[in-house]
Write a protein that binds this ligand. Structure first.
Ligand SMILES: NC(=O)c1ccc[n+]([C@@H]2O[C@H](COP(=O)([O-])OP(=O)(O)OC[C@H]3O[C@@H](n4cnc5c(N)ncnc54)[C@H](O)[C@@H]3O)[C@@H](O)[C@H]2O)c1
Length: 266
């Protein structure tokens, strides 16, 4: 239970889903964790639960669309626990009503999603890096998405913003590697967070399942354990990478079924 003993981590969007799983696992393995979320009640609840099970955690309001709010959360983390070793830039969202195809997408929504999903990663890193530099290093972890690699009929801004996160990840790694700062990303496929479970009809979950190489869909801890690894010194020679955690959903040639049919006839 000591994989990140003594480290201090800020998890954005830590009140739910992937962020919550990561915050719990980081705390269980010895990190002091700050949970930043615009759902402050949820963040407080998560911190309370972690403390109850013997970990160290606190909560702060963080709105990832506001620069000052991100800066405050970083400063709060350093003030509270003396440093910041791990920054998990995890907030991200889409809007199925407005984030449409290129012709129909709402342009204000494009700006908002690029801000919340990509610019927040730049800003979090911008304010954490000076503290990490001073301390001799750190680990920045970003949540991107398989939507940054594989395109969709809608969610144009979501995909573009998540592709930007992949790129930012390697830029940060390149620019601050010599300061001992690593930067990596995790790209989830479908992860059955409470929100995904509630919002995605069973049929859609089954479509995902059908195309996974593995016989199950992902759970928040599948990402949480990857984040834990990237936060720990176990991954000390890994930087600039995006780890795809997606059940093998995207690995096969999409035309494989048609080829199989062809081979049967040949
Ligand atoms: N669940 C999936 O299938 C999936 C797949 C690919 C990528 N992702 C990415 O994983 C990340 C986490 O998603 P999740 O599935 O755990 O979602 P979630 O809805 O369970 O949790 C997101 C958390 O972020 C908070 N949040 C949202 N906007 C915020 C803002 N502007 N400022 C501060 N907090 C904010 C919410 O209050 C919530 O606690 C996102 O970046 C998402 O794009 C999720």
């Amino acid at each position: 239970m000591t994989r990140v003993e003594g480290k201090v981590a800020l998890v954005t969007g830590g009140a739910s889903g992937i962020g919550l799983s990561s915050a719990r696992l980081l705390a269980r393995e010895g990190a002091k964790v700050v949970i930043g979320d615009y759902n402050l009640d949820g963040a407080k609840e998560a911190a309370k639960e972690i403390e109850k099970s013997g970990g160290t955690a606190s909560a702060i309001f963080l709105d990832a669309s506001i620069e000052e709010s991100i800066k405050e959360a970083i400063e709060y983390t350093v003030k509270m626990y003396g440093k910041i070793d791990v920054l998990f830039n995890n907030v991200g969202l889409t809007n199925l009503q407005k984030d449409l195809d290129v012709v129909n997408i709402d342009l204000d929504e494009w700006d908002r999603l690029i801000d919340v999903n990509a610019k927040s990663v730049l800003l979090g890193s911008r304010y954490a890096i000076p503290y990490m530099k001073e301390a001799g290093g750190g680990s920045i972890i970003n949540t991107t998405s398989m939507a940054g690699f594989a395109s969709d009929a809608i969610r144009t801004a979501y995909g573009a913003s998540k592709a930007a996160v992949v790129s930012l990840t390697s830029y940060i790694a390149t620019q601050y590697g010599k300061d001992g700062i690593r930067c990596n990303a995790v790209a989830p496929g479908l992860i059955l967070t409470p929100a995904a479970k509630n919002n995605l009809p069973k049929e859609v979950q089954e479509i995902f399942l059908k195309f996974n190489a593995l016989p199950y869909n992902g759970e928040p801890d599948d990402i949480g354990y990857t984040v834990l690894f990237l936060a720990s010194d176990e991954s000390k020679y890994i930087t600039g990478q995006t780890i795809k955690v997606e059940g093998g959903h995207y690995i096969a040639n999409p035309s494989i079924e048609d080829f199989n049919e062809f081979m049967k006839k040949a």
